[in-house]
Design a protein around this ligand. Structure first.
Ligand SMILES: Cc1cc2nc3c(=O)[nH]c(=O)nc-3n(C[C@H](O)[C@H](O)[C@H](O)COP(=O)(O)OP(=O)(O)OC[C@H]3O[C@@H](n4cnc5c(N)ncnc54)[C@H](O)[C@@H]3O)c2cc1C
Length: 586
């Protein structure tokens, strides 16, 4: 792996941070008039000592955090990623042992105080908004995806922060922030993966009002804890009868010492991330929030953050694929010249560059929608407003709709593209890419999970299709958002053509004569939405640039729009031909 600072060596990421993210908006909504800094002045509470008291201080502090993560990931972790993977995990009598070099790297990272990046300052975390969490995860995952998961796991505490009782927050969150406990999320069961409403792990209340769980969960990352630090396992379990569906599910906090780890999976990739089978036998559990809201509210809330985190993880893996391939292609000589001068190889590298740039724009925009929705909701709830009143707030309604569109779209798009780019990287390395001599084989293996876990691509499409089609109605949230955002720059003719294609496919889809085709062809519609949104966001990102930098980025945009026009034309044709072929004659 390239050895450098994985933040400062990434020009596009720096450009995003310096010129493209609207920090006024993000910091404004997250810091809430810099209330943590004010509390620090009043109380002297050391946990709030680093709270920013101005916009500039906030952005500077984020950059220091990115620099520090970039330094450790690029110079300490990435060089050891191959070795860690080769050693892998050991499982014996319910205990998992991690590679010694992974434990060393983990300790360096934790001791630097960088781990609890999404936990609030008052509980000992760094208190970063979603946009900055996404950047942190990108840098982490570029270094090593399995390591990134272990580090990021403690940030599941944000679910306890959002939905737990005051006592629960005080008891558990600080321990996660300090690394005494790690985090795990237990939803999947052997018979229920995508079909989460069917989950059957049983929760029963004893006469003294306490809860106990019985059942088995499968594929649970880090349920075994990390190197002696047990996990807090956030568990979805049934409080209703077996056929009560989603409304019969509740959410529980379980201590990792109270379950049995029956085994870990042997996997295609992520060899240093334990994927555990977890057995609950009269396991004590604490109810989070209200009964019956487990899947509908709490697990969905947690999964939405986790999906954004996978989009950022995909971003990081794709960035690693691109940078490693670019470096190799500049050094490998064939036919008397570096292979990056051969058009067929150049073509792959150019596509990787524009896709990585576009994916980053999309992921950061998805994070923006989450910031705009989540923190406002939290403030209103803390001000004493009831759930119904909060949901009437115009700002919350708008950004909630956009977050529920951007989260599945970004998770689907970046994870699929991450796979394409990881495959391109192997291709650019030729035969060497297929060996274990370089890191791209591991990158390729690790990429493959991103479009499966936290909801497969197919499930993201199911989640996105309704918000895309409804959103494009005359006053729909997506159309309004597009109108607002395209005011911020002068659109190119090519982008306008992609938009026209996107509008057409939505119309053709809504008018399908064979309604039975709607599920089958939803992918083409969501793909077209993603292509338009990525292209639009890439162009929007040129607004503040000038000169050569602007021209370079516009060139990327134009090449991206050409790809999009070809894809959208194909998609429109596919919808029309499929409908004509299967429509029942009148
Ligand atoms: C390495 C790893 C780590 C994981 N970590 C965790 C974790 O920490 N916590 C946790 O709870 N889970 C975890 N999972 C589980 C993961 O989230 C599930 O594997 C995933 O959601 C898919 O469920 P499944 O494997 O049961 O596949 P299935 O649900 O059986 O799906 C099989 C195929 O059918 C498709 N499909 C199913 N239903 C539909 C539908 N309605 N519409 C369209 N297509 C559909 C899917 O897209 C897929 O292609 C992990 C899995 C892995 C491999």
């Amino acid at each position: 792996m390239i050895s450098s600072n994985y933040f400062s060596d990434n020009d596009d990421l720096n450009l995003q941070i310096d010129q493209m993210i609207d920090w006024q908006e993000t910091v404004g909504i997250y810091e809430n008039d810099f209330e943590d800094a004010k509390k620090y002045k009043e109380s002297g509470d050391e946990k709030l000592a680093n709270a920013p008291s101005s916009l500039q201080e906030a952005v500077d502090s984020y950059k220091i955090i990115f620099e520090s993560i970039g330094e450790i990931m690029g110079k300490t972790v990435a060089p050891k990623a191959k070795e860690m993977e080769a050693v892998g995990l050991k499982f014996d009598k319910g205990k998992v042992t991690f590679p010694p070099s992974m434990v060393e790297c983990y300790n360096v990272f934790r001791d630097a105080g960088l781990q609890p990046y999404s936990i609030s300052r008052k509980y000992g975390g760094l208190g970063l908004p979603a946009v900055t969490q996404a950047v942190a995860m990108e840098i982490l995952a570029r270094g090593d995806a399995a390591f990134a998961i272990a580090i990021g796991s403690v940030n599941l505490a944000d679910t306890i922060e959002r939905f737990g009782s005051a006592e629960m927050k005080q008891t558990w969150v600080p321990k996660m922030a300090s690394g005494e406990l790690v985090g795990a999320m237990a939803l999947t069961e052997p018979n229920y993966g995508s079909d989460l409403p069917g989950v059957q792990t049983k929760a029963e209340q004893t006469p003294d009002g306490k809860w106990k769980l019985n059942g088995t969960k499968r594929f649970i990352t880090l349920a075994c804890g990390f190197n002696g630090a047990p996990a807090v396992i956030l568990t979805l379990a049934r409080t209703g009868n077996p056929t009560s569906g989603a409304r019969g599910l509740s959410f529980f906090l379980v201590h990792g010492d109270d379950v049995q780890i029956a085994g870990i999976e042997k996997k295609l990739g992520l060899h240093c991330s334990p994927t555990c089978e977890v057995v609950y036998e009269n396991t004590p559990a604490l109810l989070i929030g209200q009964e019956g809201q487990g899947l509908i509210k709490y697990a969905m809330g947690m999964m939405n953050s986790a999906r954004l985190s996978i989009a950022a993880q995909s971003m990081g893996i794709a960035t690693a694929a691109y940078f490693e391939a670019k470096k190799y292609a500049s050094e490998r000589i064939q036919f008397g010249k570096p292979i990056d001068q051969i058009p067929a190889v150049r073509r792959m590298l150019d596509r990787m560059e524009r896709e990585v740039t576009g994916m980053r724009c999309l992921t950061l925009e998805a994070a923006r929608t989450v910031d705009m929705y989540v923190w406002r909701t939290e403030r209103l709830e803390h001000s004493g407003l009831g759930e119904k009143e909060v949901r009437k707030d115009e700002h919350v309604r708008k950004w909630e709709k956009l977050a529920s569109l951007f989260t599945p779209v970004s998770k689907y798009y970046t994870s699929e593209m991450c796979n394409v780019l990881a495959s391109d990287a192997v291709q650019i390395y030729g035969g060497a890419g297929y060996t274990e001599d370089y890191d791209v084989a591991r990158i390729f293996r690790d990429a493959r999970i991103t479009n499966i876990y936290e909801g497969t691509t197919q499930l993201q499409i199911v989640g996105a299709i309704g918000t895309v089609t409804a959103g494009m109605a005359a006053n729909g949230h997506l159309r309004t958002y597009i109108n607002d955002e395209t005011q911020k720059f002068s659109q190119s003719a090519e982008l306008k053509k992609v938009f026209a294609g996107f509008e057409e496919i939505v119309t053709v889809y809504k008018d399908l004569k064979n309604a039975g085709l709607k599920d089958t062809l939803a992918f083409e519609v969501v793909e077209s939405a993603a292509r338009y949104l990525v292209g639009m966001l890439m162009e929007r990102s040129t607004a503040k640039l000038s000169g050569e930098a602007k021209q370079k980025r516009m060139n990327l945009c134009q090449a991206y729009h050409i790809d999009s026009q070809a894809i959208l034309s194909g998609n429109i044709l596919k919808l029309k031909l499929s409908d004509a072929k299967t429509a029942v004659p009148a």
